[in-house]
Design a protein around this ligand. Structure first.
Ligand SMILES: Nc1nc2c(ncn2[C@@H]2O[C@H](COP(=O)(O)OP(=O)(O)OP(=O)(O)O)[C@@H](O)[C@H]2O)c(=O)[nH]1
Ligand SMILES: [Mg+2]
Length: 354
């Protein structure tokens, strides 16, 4: 299916039901009176994050999602039945904005999370409500309020713990396929991957993280070269980036150091925040060289880049170094979580009692 990560939808909640005008008329009851019930509440429209959906492709054609109409009230002070609420399934990681102002309404990051996007109209009053000392037989009723009707913007930003970054053919998809159950297309031509793939990496009992493989970037991507840089947004929610570079690019004129710098430059152009995220250098395809040569080459690349962060030398094909890499990622994510939890409880302790 086509991958779509931005869409616009219209949502329309149901109209509230009309109030009833009714009078009690019973045998042997001398004085009747108004007994018209209120109209039912119009159905609201909600978005619900659902697993198994990973694109907004279903929303490519602008559609209107409608809540049910509230039923009218009836005699005996019966309130009308409420209109049916509508729950629209969306991918986990969907951000929802007010289309006109761009205001963020919500971010559905967990499975089952629900967001109200159009509130149903209130039901109208039945004539009982209009009863007063001066008007004992009111014929008025409320006609019910219209439901909210709005355009909404949806944006999907996938949720993953670690993101893969690099030139086309760096070996991103080969890595995710080697360490998870994801089976993206792999080939020796650029831009094999056209949309993000997610894979769960298990590193032991109850220890796992989610990896995101995105399309390759090239120099000038921020000006639209190749597939552009728009897919970088899918790395924004990760905790660490793995910057993959082919240790032995097939083109004799190419240089891994230059390749790394080109990607770093594009990353900065996309977002300073993303460029500041922890990023580890992962040199790939070590099986193409004898061990000693691969290691010497890797060290030389690290030295020339003045790379201060962590670095790894792996081969996804021979599965060399991939376990150690995944372990390191897991440890890093766990440490980060401990730090965050500690910072959070510290902040909570400092907060004055409400
Ligand atoms: N020898 C060797 N070849 C590899 C390794 N990893 C990837 N390759 C090859 O490199 C080519 C590109 O691999 P991909 O995994 O498709 O690269 P990618 O980074 O996902 O590329 P795009 O999706 O185009 O951005 C394929 O022919 C792979 O078989 C490796 O560890 N060793
Ligand atoms: Mg790929």
């Amino acid at each position: 299916m086509k991958f779509v990560d931005e869409a616009r939808i219209k949502v329309q909640a149901g109209h509230g039901g009309r109030g009833s005008t009714s009078f009690r008329r019973e045998k042997f009851v001398p004085f009747g009176g108004p007994d018209g019930g209120d109209g039912g509440l119009g159905g609201s429209v909600y978005l619900r994050a659902a697993a198994g959906i990973n694109t907004l492709a279903d929303f490519r054609i602008e559609r209107t999602f409608k809540g049910g109409v509230g039923e009218p009230g009836s005699a005996n002070n019966c309130t009308g039945r409420g209109g049916e609420d509508l729950y629209v399934p969306v991918p986990i990681g969907t951000l929802v904005r007010e289309a006109e102002t761009g205001e963020l309404l919500g971010d559905l990051t967990r499975e089952g999370e629900v967001l109200l996007v159009a509130r149903g109209g209130k039901g109208g009053w039945g004539n009982t409500r209009f009863k007063s000392s001066t008007n004992r037989a009111p014929r008025q009723y409320g006609s019910g309020r219209p439901g909210e009707k709005r355009p909404r913007e949806l944006e999907l930003k996938v949720i993953a713990d670690v993101g893969l970054l690099g030139l086309p053919n760096a070996g991103k998809s080969t890595l995710i396929a080697a360490v998870s159950a994801a089976r993206p297309k792999i080939a020796d031509y650029p831009f094999t991957t056209l949309y993000p793939n997610l894979g769960v990496v298990d590193v032991g009992e109850h220890r796992s993280f989610v990896m995101a493989d995105i399309p390759g970037l090239i120099e000038g991507a921020s000006e639209g070269a190749g597939l552009g840089i728009r897919f970088l947004k899918h790395l924004q929610r990760t905790g660490v980036l793995l910057h993959l570079v082919d240790i032995l690019p097939p083109d004799p004129g190419s240089d891994p150091v230059k390749d790394v710098r080109a990607i770093t430059a594009e990353l900065k152009k996309f977002s300073a925040d993303l460029a500041r995220k922890p990023r580890w250098l992962v040199m790939t395809k070590r099986d193409l060289l004898p061990d000693a040569e691969a290691e010497a080459r890797a060290k030389e690349i690290v030295r020339r880049l003045r790379w201060r962060g962590r670095w790894f030398l792996i081969s996804a094909v021979s599965q060399t170094g991939t376990r150690a890499l995944c372990q390191a990622v897991m440890d890093f994510l766990e440490e980060r979580k401990v730090e965050r939890d500690a910072a959070r409880s510290e902040a909570a302790a400092e907060r004055p009692e409400a």
